[in-house]
Design a protein around this ligand. Structure first.
Ligand code: A3P
Ligand code: MG
Ligand code: MG
Length: 383
C-alpha cells in the first residue's frame, strides 16, 4: 500500500479496496468546475463571554457602525497596555463549544432528509468542525509556509475534525516578538472602534478589549456529497432591522497595511484576499469591512469588499489563486478522510498531516493524547 495515492476526480474506488495512503495537493489536479456548495443556513449560534463561558444565545453579537469619515484616524495602539484582556491561547478548546451547542440544540438538527438519507447517522451530517479548520483546507493548495495537523474521529456516523497545534506553530506562538504580540491586538481594536453592543448605541473605544468574548454562528451546508455542520466567529451584523436574515446580515472586520505600491497590491490580492475570501465564503458572510492602517497602527482608510465580487477583482492578477481549486481540494480531502476513517469509535483518532510541498498523509492513534471526544458510550451526541 505505501505509495498509493488518492486520485482526485479519478474513477471511484470500489468499496472493497483498501484506502489510499496520501492525497496530493497540486493545484492543477483541482482545476475543474466549481463543486456544488449549497447556500449556508444558520441553524443556531452561541456566545462566549469575557471569561470564555458558553451561552446558548446571541448576547455577544455586535452591531456595525459605519465610521463617520472615510479617513477615520483610529489609533489601534490605544489601550494595548491597560485596557486589554487577552485570551489564553495555550488553552486548546478543541471542538468543546460546538459539542456543547450540539447537545443543547439536537432537535434543530433532526432534518427531514435524515431518515431518507442513504447514509443515516445520528446527527444527519457527515462533518462537524470549526470554520477556521475548513479555511485552512481551502487555502492549502496555495500555502507555502505553514503546515497543519487535523485530528479526525468518527462517532455515530459523523466525522469530527479538530485541529492539533503543530510543533512549528507552538514554537512561533511561544517566540512572538513584542511587536507581533501588539499587532495581534490591532485587529480587535479596530472592531471596538466600529462595533456597538446594540443597534441603538455607539462604539465605545474607551472600553476594554477582551478577546475571550465571541459570537459564533453555526451553519449547515453541503459541499458536493458532504453534509457539513460548522461554527465560526462572526465579528458583527448590519444594524438595519430590515437587513436580511443571518448569515446574510453578518460583516467580517479586517485590518491590513495600507497599499502604496503595485507590489503591495499584488501581494494583498494573491495572499491576503485568499484568506479573507475563504473565511467568509464558507459561512456565507457577504461583506468584509477592511481598515487600512499605517506602520504605527493608525487606520487611514476603510473599504468594503463584497465576497461575491472578489473572484472578479483578482482575475487580472498573474499567478493568482482560484476559488474552484480551493473548494475542489477541500471536497477531495473530505472524501479522502471518509474513505480512511471507517472505524466508528470516539477513542480512535486519525491524525492527518500536511506540510508545504508535500502530500497529505495520516497516522492512527488509539486512546492517545489526540483523543478529543467524550468517550462515554451513553453520551447524548451518539445515542
Ligand atoms: P485582523 O483580521 O484585522 O488581522 P478575525 O479577523 O478572524 O475576526 O480575527 C480578529 C483579529 O485576531 C485579527 O484581526 C488579528 O488581529 C487577530 N488574529 C486572528 N487570527 C490570527 C492569527 N492566526 N495570528 C495572529 N493574529 C490573529
Ligand atoms: Mg473575528
Ligand atoms: Mg475579523
Amino acid at each position: 500500500r505505501p505509495g498509493q495515492n488518492h486520485h482526485p476526480a479519478g474513477p471511484s474506488t470500489p468499496p472493497s479496496s483498501p484506502p489510499t495512503q496520501s492525497l496530493s495537493v497540486q493545484r492543477q489536479l483541482y482545476e475543474r468546475d466549481f463543486p456544488l456548495y449549497k447556500q449556508p443556513v444558520e441553524v443556531g449560534h452561541f456566545s462566549l463571554d469575557s471569561e470564555r463561558r458558553f451561552f446558548n444565545d446571541a448576547r455577544q453579537l455586535r452591531y456595525y457602525v459605519e465610521p463617520e469619515k472615510s479617513c477615520p484616524n483610529f489609533d489601534l495602539r490605544d489601550g494595548y497596555r491597560g485596557r486589554f484582556v487577552k485570551r489564553d491561547d495555550r488553552v486548546k478548546e478543541k471542538l468543546d463549544h460546538i459539542l456543547r451547542w450540539i447537545l443543547a440544540n439536537r432537535s434543530k438538527l433532526q432534518s427531514k432528509d435524515t431518515a431518507a438519507s442513504s447514509s443515516p447517522c445520528a446527527l444527519g451530517v457527515d462533518i462537524v468542525t470549526w470554520r477556521g479548520h475548513l479555511t485552512k483546507l481551502l487555502t492549502t493548495p496555495y500555502e507555502t509556509r505553514e503546515g497543519w495537523l487535523l485530528a479526525v474521529t468518527r462517532m455515530g456516523g459523523t466525522l469530527y475534525i479538530s485541529e492539533v497545534e503543530t510543533e512549528a506553530a507552538r514554537r512561533d506562538r511561544e517566540n512572538r516578538t513584542e511587536r507581533h504580540e501588539e499587532m495581534m491586538y490591532w485587529g480587535y481594536k479596530f472592531e471596538q472602534y466600529t462595533c456597538a453592543d446594540d443597534a441603538q448605541s455607539l462604539p465605545d473605544p474607551g472600553g476594554v478589549v477582551n478577546t475571550n468574548e465571541a459570537f459564533c454562528t453555526v451553519v449547515q451546508t453541503r459541499l458536493a456529497e458532504h453534509r457539513l455542520l460548522f461554527s465560526g466567529e462572526v465579528d458583527c451584523r448590519d444594524k438595519d432591522p430590515k437587513a436580511p436574515s443571518p448569515p446574510a446580515n453578518y460583516i467580517e472586520m479586517k485590518t491590513s497595511l495600507e497599499i502604496s505600491t503595485p507590489k503591495q497590491r499584488s501581494n494583498f490580492y494573491r495572499f491576503k484576499l485568499l484568506k479573507w475570501w475563504a473565511q467568509s465564503f464558507l459561512p456565507g458572510v457577504p461583506r468584509i469591512v477592511a481598515g487600512f492602517r499605517d506602520h504605527d497602527g493608525v487606520v487611514v482608510s476603510v473599504e468594503t469588499y463584497h465576497i461575491s465580487k472578489i473572484s472578479q477583482l483578482i482575475k487580472n492578477e498573474t499567478n493568482c489563486w482560484k476559488p474552484t481549486v480551493c473548494m475542489n481540494f477541500c471536497c477531495e480531502f473530505l472524501s479522502f478522510v471518509k474513505s480512511v476513517v471507517t472505524e466508528d469509535n470516539p477513542r480512535v483518532v486519525h491524525l492527518f498531516s500536511w506540510d508545504p510541498h508535500r502530500d497529505v498523509t495520516y497516522s492512527i492513534h488509539s486512546d492517545s493524547q489526540y483523543s478529543f471526544l467524550p468517550d462515554c458510550s451513553d453520551h447524548a451526541v451518539v445515542s
